[in-house]
Ligand binder design. Structure first.
Ligand SMILES: [Zn+2]
Length: 396
């Protein structure tokens, strides 16, 4: 099914209390596809975001989403692995998972492994064997030397690969792209079958950060689903898993879940009911809080323009792309910095700013740098200081 919901039925719990509360129209279909030409970037395909909320299970999804518009290819580039801060997080996550689940000489599957960095860490640090699945995987020469232990399949994971005898299944930043999350989790449960010792680990963006803490630049077309802990747990417990823990990571921006096969239940704990009530209130206020935040930024940009301050944005990921697309007076910003060399020289979808490496700033000497993610503030300030740039910084 291409779409997420028909007749206002929640795709997660089946409730009919699934109502649209927020719209963001004409946004780029892909934030993370590379555009080598400015005009093509500006004229990229656009789609509507109409978010609905289910007050029964807490699910949030884009009911205008059409997955037939998206085709994940090797031109898709959402790797965050070029940031030392992100590498540090991924590495500490791999170490924690190896330690807490005794992952030594085990078989590990990663669904949606991207370019394979995380799977390689799990396999190298724990001396494990691994299989990674991802249609956007690009064969890399450094993967040659580990090919006896780690293999990559350039395809979506599906039950046809259930033979992969795994003790541990990791899946990071995939579920939010799937219009029918139940179907994916159900199929994973079937693939695991009677291997009841298998542990699964899922990581998604934390929707509480977006809808409670107002990290609004995280709303993108590619993400048709948004999960808080309550709903993410529900997806797994109602599809034959027992959730061992959920945790917020990476400064609260990510939500992690660990589970094992178990008996399906649709019951909520008392704490989950309280969390759901709080989320319901956040959702009711969201549209007006969103509008105020965008307006405040619009005024800030007007002020910056009136002062003729040379300004760049730092971070050409989803947040940077949404930020620029939402602000009407973004044309005063010409450049956006990103550490990922595969993005440099390309253009931002929808608005056409050129993506430049940090070294470009030595020549450009910006007076103001708008940081798209507070988590990277220290590393970016340090990098700028090392290059002799004395710009002012603001975080969105
Ligand atoms: Zn629901």
């Amino acid at each position: 099914m291409n779409n997420l919901s028909q007749h206002n039925i929640c795709p997660v719990c089946g409730s009919s209390h699934f109502e649209v509360f927020f719209e963001m129209l004409e946004m780029p279909i892909f934030c993370n596809v590379l555009w080598p030409e400015q005009k093509a970037a500006q004229n990229c395909d656009k789609g509507d975001i109409k978010l609905a909320f289910c007050s029964s299970c807490g699910f949030i999804g884009n009911v205008a989403f059409d997955s037939s518009l998206l085709d994940y290819t090797q031109a898709y580039e959402n790797s965050l692995d070029f940031s030392p801060k992100f590498q540090e997080y991924s590495l500490s996550l791999a170490k924690r998972l190896i330690e807490s689940h005794y992952l030594h000489k085990k078989d590990i599957v990663e669904i949606g492994c991207g370019k394979g960095y995380f799977l390689l860490s799990l396999c190298e640090l724990g001396n494990n064997r691994g299989v990674g699945f991802d249609p956007t995987y690009v064969p890399l020469s450094e993967h040659e030397k580990v090919k006896d232990k780690v293999t990559f399949v350039q395809d979506y994971y599906s039950e046809k690969y259930a033979y992969s005898d795994s003790n541990f299944v990791a899946c990071r930043h995939v579920l939010e792209h799937i219009p029918q999350p139940n179907t994916m989790v159900e199929s994973l449960r079937r693939a695991i079958g009677s291997r009841l010792q298998t542990t699964i680990f899922f990581e998604v963006p934390n929707a509480l950060d977006t809808f409670h803490n107002m990290a609004i630049w995280d709303i993108i077309y590619e993400h048709c689903c948004y999960f808080t802990s309550v709903c993410l747990s529900y997806v797994f417990t109602s599809n034959g898993f027992q959730v061992k823990q959920t945790s917020e990571e990476f400064g609260g921006q990510f939500l992690c879940l660990e589970a094992v096969p178990g008996v399906s239940t649709k019951e909520k704990t008392k704490q989950q009911s309280i969390d759901l009530q709080q989320l319901t209130q956040d959702i009711q206020k969201f549209s007006s809080r969103f509008a105020s935040k965008v307006e405040a930024w619009q005024s800030k940009l007007e002020y910056i323009t009136s002062k003729n301050q040379r300004t760049v944005v730092w971070g050409a990921g989803s947040k940077g792309v949404t930020f620029l697309n939402l602000l009407k007076n973004r044309n005063d910003i010409e450049f956006i910095v990103d550490l990922n060399p595969r993005k440099q020289g390309m253009y931002v979808a929808g608005t056409g700013q050129r993506i430049v490496p940090p070294s470009f700033l030595q020549e450009y000497q910006p007076e103001l740098i708008i940081l798209m993610n507070r988590v990277y503030e220290q590393e970016i300030r340090q990098m700028a200081a090392d290059m002799g740039i004395s710009a002012e910084f603001i975080c969105v």
